[in-house]
Ligand binder design. Structure first.
Ligand code: NAP
Length: 301
């Protein structure tokens, strides 16, 4: 299935998101080299034709486009710039595309390091969750050198339905952080509306049905509202991960001298969810924090 005329791609970080994303690149006919810290996660892609490399440096040496999909800022720094990292093996003219959600400042630093090697870094975080990764329908928000972005675009199109160039290095991460502000503050409104309905004697399901057709409609309300009513707190997107992202928002906003009171509040409310053992639950468990504040008993809807 691999087509030798297609750009060789490397993929590092085969977690919940990375594994299906790398699979789409293989299906697109690109020669693919992969690396994952936990080697067992490479088996499925190896069986489908990917080459497995022992280090990020080896992946870079075999690829013209190197994609990383890792957990947090220090992980990307280590994998890209650490010993045996991507920079140690990269060939001039290559592009690194970091699709993790991490600090915009780190992306700019790594872009500088790569430019010194005649390469470039495109920051291209995603929205759409594991379902979007599996279906190849992610929303991808990209920042960095425009030409480097255009070189990576055909590969990004294999993973995403909407690909937006947002501006210079770090701009993709800034757009993603705006996304996280929007989903978190909207979810707080959903949780409060549900508490208000229950405390006032209005059927919460009827409330969702009534307002979803009007100006208050949102993905958070129509997707997470019913799960809150059904007491389904399984993760689509985990509280621990949204907290990492809101920390990045608050650090970045401090440096920009911006005041985001609602984001700071929702970050503290998610901290309460973590303190009650909900860190690995879905973000909809924010509703439980609000219910406790209003004396609503667990499980009573
Ligand atoms: P995940 O399943 O925990 O995968 C994380 C990957 O990073 C794994 O392959 C892990 O390797 C690797 N990794 C972590 N630290 C490392 C290190 N220091 N050195 C080498 N490898 C390291 O996480 P995920 O859900 O795929 O999320 C990945 C990124 O996408 C995160 O930045 C997240 O915020 C973002 N994101 C997630 C979602 C979602 O719904 N899950 C949606 C949008 C964006 P091991 O396998 O060895 O642990």
């Amino acid at each position: 299935m691999t087509q030798p005329d297609k750009t060789p791609v490397g993929f590092i970080g085969l977690g919940i998101m990375g594994r299906p994303m790398a699979g789409h690149i293989l299906e697109g006919g690109h020669p693919l080299t992969v690396h994952n810290r936990t080697v067992s996660k490479t088996a499925e892609l190896a069986a489908r034709g990917a080459v497995v490399s022992g280090t990020p440096a080896e992946v870079a040496a075999r690829s013209k486009i190197v994609i990383t999909m890792l957990s947090d800022t220090p992980d990307v720094e280590q994998v890209v710039a650490g010993p045996q990292g991507v920079i140690a093996g990269i060939r001039p003219g290559s592009v690194v595309v970091d699709m993790s959600t991490i600090s915009p400042k780190m992306e700019r630093l790594l872009d500088e390091r790569l430019r010194a090697r005649d390469c470039a870094l495109v920051d291209a975080p995603v929205s759409g969750g594991d379902v979007g990764a599996r279906n190849g329908t992610l929303a991808i928000m990209a920042g960095g050198d425009r030409q480097a972005f255009e070189r990576a675009r055909p590969v990004l199109e294999l993973m995403g339905r909407s690909i937006t160039y947002c501006g210079p290095s770090g701009s993709g991460q800034l757009a993603k952080l705006c996304n996280q502000i929007l989903i978190s503050v909207t979810l707080l409104g959903v949780g409060e509306a549900l508490v208000f309905a229950r405390k006032s004697g209005l059927d919460p399901e009827v409330m969702i049905q009534a307002v979803s057709a009007g100006a208050a409609q949102s993905w958070q309300l129509t997707n997470l509202g019913p799960r809150i009513i059904e007491r389904d707190f399984a993760p689509g997107f985990m509280v621990d991960l949204v907290q990492k992202d809101l920390r990045l928002v608050l650090e970045t906003c401090a440096a920009a001298a911006a005041a985001l009171p609602a984001t700071a509040l929702v970050h503290q409310l998610f901290a309460s969810a973590q303190a009650h053992g909900s860190g690995r639950e879905g973000t909809q468990s924010l509703a439980r924090v609000l219910e406790r504040m209003s004396g609503l008993e667990e499980g009573v809807v």
